[in-house]
Structure formats: structure tokens, C-alpha cells
Design a protein around this ligand. Sequence first.
Ligand code: TEU
Ligand code: CA
Length: 565
Amino acid sequence: MKKQWWHDKVAYQIYPKSFCDSNGDGIGDLQGIISKLDYLKELGVDIIWLSPIYVSPLADQGYDIADYYDIDPRFGTLDDMDELIAEAKKREMYIVMDLVVNHCSDEHVWFQKACEDPDGPYGKFFYIETVKEGEKLPCNWRSYFGGPVWEKLPGHNDKYYLHVFHKKQPDLNWENPELREEVYKMINWWLDRGLAGFRIDAIINIKKALPFKDYPADREDGLSGMQNMLHDAVGVGDFLGELRDRTFLPHDAFTVGEVFNEKPEELPDFIGENGYFSTMFDFAETVFGASQKGWHRSLDITPDDYRNCVFSTQKKVEGVGFISNIIENHDEPRGVSRYIPDGDQCYESKTLLATMYFMVKGLPWIYQGQEIGMENRKVRSIDEVDDIASLNAYKVSVADGVSEQDALDAISKFGRDNARTPMQWDDSENAGFTTGTPWLCVNENYTWLNLKAQRGRSGSVYEYYRKLTSLRKNPEYKQTIVYGQLEPTLEEMHNVMAYYRRGEDQTLLVMGNYQKEPQTLPLPGKVKKVLLDNCEDLQIRDTDRSIRLKGYQAVVLELENDPGE
Ligand code: TEU
Ligand code: CA
């Protein structure tokens, strides 16, 4: 595999609105991020992805962009952005922005002009169809946020526009080369400004199966989930290859794709040697158990399911490309609440999960607050929910006959607000996030679950994450951890996750007891060195052929290279 500058790095996602508020208006901002760069450096972060901070009405919290060339005043200014890029550079850190080009905001000037003249040049930047009185809509696809993907074009009774997300997010028509040129121009403008690259939002959706047609309804609403159309859509690579060649390649930009529903045979095109993107996120664990009927019908993921999902992705990408590994992001519940059995959340289980995902092959991403083990927040009433996906999920659950309490419980479990409550810096009011009123309520557990309570304290989740990042950067082990083959082992053992990382002349063995009861695992060979142990109590004798792990104990072992091997 051709080595890339970012292969041995550690990446971090910031959700700016909830990270750090520098001016007391209750909204996180760029100056707040700049003030925390040294903290992120201490954690071992190299690459920072910012969720969108462009001008936006925030209908979908910034994933609805009204001006790609400016920073929304709520987050700061272009000067602040230039300062952040410069300050990051001084610390050998790299800034990556969110590229949201499947759609823009209905408040973007392009869409305003399309409403004025649907048949003019800007009308062709979107999918606008004529639907006469009494005629059916062009297709029965369901928006990811619920309801039909067609909305009446403002000012026109017989025109409708397509939005696969929220109605305030009209889809950009990538079939139109003039639109694509505008997108490439904007990307190059940002890369010329010093960005290291982009996280590419919802990009699989830019290729629609045309002409528009219905798919079998999968709910009482007579609509069909987007996955049916995506399965039929052919040729997204034509757009992605042009996008890469016109923007990322000439800048040697780092790119990470948010790709769902990709066709398996297309994986090498996406992240292979000359792929459309540098890497893409592993979502196998994220989508596990999801139901087309709604969140309330989703299956829980067990430790064995989690392990099998991780290994399935590892086997899929081995020899193909570099995957990006997460346990959470701004669209998902907190990983320690999702991937650890209810009630077992503790230092040991949180650091076991951290070890298991951090030591597999690929680029590890930490989402803000994950490094201190932030947890889901229980929703008490629908009135406190901000997330439009959660509000839709609630409606879907209730329509499916579920009680309001059960519908609320599903939001507590899967809602996106779980990851968007403010970063918990300390135990002062509002967890040190703001001196004002936070835009979204702080998780009440901030009084004990905060960075200040963990920083500098051995045996804390935060300090354990620092051990993980420094092990990945340790010159003695870096080659094996970054490039070593991953070989699952003990896959038949219940609540065990174990895998080798095989380097040229070095073998590491990562072992986790994924339950609160202790259990004994076989040891395949002599242990040369214990590199990490979240319980700090492992005793191994030369003669040992087994290892007794405590509840949620995780270890990283260097094995003797058996001369006979
Ligand atoms: O998420 C895309 C998204 O919503 C996916 O989870 C989608 O549901 C998937 O394609 C299902 O197969 C991105 C952003 O991360 C999210 O915050 C935005 O709301 C969304 O796009 C629209 O920009
Ligand atoms: Ca602010």
C-alpha cells in the first residue's frame, strides 16, 4: 500500500455549535475551538474535522448551506477561520471542513433564483418537475427526515422540487455540468485557503436513478426508503472521479467519505489506490439492527454483534484501502451507551471499547466528548428535542402504534442530540461550555463526568485515550499498528473480542473481555511485553498459556516472535 501522510495520524471531529463558546451567546464558535487547540494536541490529535460552519439557517444544524463562501456569524468570520488554519498549522495539525454538496439551503441564492425562474439556468441547478393538479408526484421516495421528497416550489402551484433530506435542503442536480463547475470552484477556493481536505457529506445520494420512478412502499405512508433507489442508481463514480480529478487530486487533499449504501464491488473505486476518497467511515456497527419501520423497532447490538461488524469491515477492506474507524459522531448516539450493555458503563468498559476500536487497522476518529466517556442523555419530553431526525422518528413510532413513552425512549437511545449536548469541560455552570444559556441543554451528569475531573488523573478515560494515541505514535510499534495485518482470533468465544496485528517482525495481540464477569482466555504464545492494560494489574508468567481477564479488561500484548513461526 502506498504510504500517505495521514495514515499514522489520529483524527478528531468537532461539532462546533457544542464544543466551546467564547463569547457567551450559548453557541460554540471558532474562537472557542482555537482556544482548545493545545488541549487537542495534548490528547494526541492531528486531523480535525469541523461539522459545517458556513452561512446557514441551521434547519439541519448547518448541513443546509446558504453561502459556501462565508462563515455563519454565529460561529465567527473568515478571519477566524484563517486564524484557526494558521494556529493549527503551527501545531502540525490539519483542518478538514464538511463538504455538503448533495444539497444546499433553500435560502441559497441559487434556489432563490430558481424560484424566480424555474426554467432559467438556476432552475437547472435543482430537480424541478411540473405536476399538474390531481397528478401524482414524480416518485414515492421517502425523505431521510420523513415524508415525500417533493415539495411545492415557492410561488409556483404546478412545480415541485426534490429534497431527499429536509424540505429546506433542495437537492443539487449533479447531472448539470454547470452546477458541478460551481461546486468544483468552491472546493478549490477552500483548498487554496489552506484546508487540508474535506469530510464528504451524504455523497452517495448525488446520483439518482432516473427517470424518476416509484419503488415498493415499505410503510403505510405508501413511500419507499431511499435505499431502493440508491440500489438502482448507476454511475455515481463518474461524478466522484471528476470531483476528485478537478479538486482533491491537484491539491493532494485528504478526504473522508460519509458513504452509506455503496455497492460492494465499488469499494476499490471509493478508497483504493486512486480512489475517489482517501478513506471512508466504517458504518457496519452504526447501521446494525436498524429497521425500515423506525427506531422503535431497531435491534440492540450485543458485544458479539459489535465484534462481528468490526471484523466484517476489516476483512472487506484488507488489501483494498484504509478505513476510518469511529464509535460515534454527530448523527449517532454516544458509543459507550450504544456498544456497552445498559448499566455497565464504567471506566473499564469505556476503555475496553476505546481499545477495541482504536487498535484495529485504519484511521481512528475521536468525536468530541468521547475522550472523557460522555454518555447519552435521557429525554424527558418531546419539547426538549432539537434533532429533526428524532422529531420525525417520534412521529413514525407513534404512527406505528407505539406509546409516547416508548417513542421517547427510542429517541433517548438513538437520537442525534445525544452527541450534540455541549462538551463537558468542567463542573462549573453549563459544564464550562458557555457563560450564557446553552443552545441545547447540558447533560446533567456533567457535575462528575467532565474533563477537569479526569485530566491528569491516572485511571481516567481521558488519560487512557492519551495512552492509546501515544501507543499509536510510538516509533517502536507504529508500523505494526498502522500497517500490520489484522487477524481476528477467538471469534467463537462469547463476549470476547481479540485480534492480532501482524507487522513484519512484530506481533501484537489485542484482547478484550467484553462482559462484567471475569473470564479466562487462551494465550497463543509467550508475552514479550504488556503494552496496554486498562486495569493495570496483569501478571503473566513465562509458562502461562492462558490469561485471566477481569470484567471489561482490555490488554495489548507484544508476543515473542516464535523462531519456529
Ligand atoms: O448524514 C447523512 C445521513 O443522514 C445518513 O445517515 C443517511 O441517513 C444515510 O444516507 C442512510 O443510509 C449527513 C450528515 O452527517 C447529517 O448530519 C445531515 O443531517 C445529512 O447528511 C444531511 O446533510
Ligand atoms: Ca459563541
